[in-house]
Write a protein that binds this ligand. Structure first.
Ligand code: COA
Length: 156
């Protein structure tokens, strides 16, 4: 029997059958740079217990985060996305708080991420959680031509 769905707003681990919904969510959250189907599938397979999702009232995924299990004390926020219609309701903060709790319990002492230097909502969220920007500033073309990225780090 399938596990019963949790109430909306509560993070849960992703499931294999979430794949189509997760793809849709990623495309909605990152319309200019969605993940390839194959990349997302393999992330789901590798990190199912670290890929957290939130369902909306209709049972569709509306937010996700992937924080990698710590390696040598370091975890990465690989991706964080919320459906446009569901933003500003605290879903990203809920997911990040849960993800950080998880990797801290697993032994992470540092959490890192890359963010677009112009992504003010994301930077504000990360700063409010204690992340600091790399002192050297954004790395030009880090994700490819024109795709500059700023590194941010949290010490747990
Ligand atoms: C960035 C993103 C994940 C935030 O999701 P969200 O669910 O709307 O965020 P929350 O409602 O949990 O807000 C958490 C904090 O983010 C910041 N924030 C959110 N929206 C903001 C906005 N429009 N302007 C400025 N700060 C904002 C605030 O610090 C906010 O805290 P507060 O509500 O106490 O002020 C969401 O906008 C998104 O998916 N964007 C597209 C994908 C993306 O950029 N992902 C991050 C990649 S690094």
């Amino acid at each position: 029997m399938p596990a019963p769905s949790l109430p909306p707003g509560r993070p849960r681990e992703v499931r294999g059958q979430d794949m189509p919904d997760l793809l849709r969510l990623d495309q909605a959250a990152f319309p200019d740079d969605p993940m390839r189907n194959s990349t997302l599938r393999q992330l789901l397979d590798m990190y199912a217990d670290h890929l957290l999702v939130i369902e909306d009232d209709d049972g569709h995924l509306c937010a996700y985060v992937l924080a990698t299990p710590p390696y040598k004390g370091e975890s990465w926020i690989f991706s964080l996305g919320v459906a446009p219609a569901k933003r500003g309701k605290g879903l990203a903060r809920t997911l990040m708080t849960k993800a950080l709790e998880t990797v801290r319990a697993e032994g992470a002492s540092t959490v890192r991420l890359w963010v677009e230097p112009t992504n003010e909502p994301a930077k504000a969220l990360y700063k409010s959680l204690g992340f600091t920007s790399d002192p050297e500033g954004a790395r030009p073309d880090h994700f490819g031509p024109g795709a500059h990225r700023l590194g941010m780090t949290l010490k747990l």
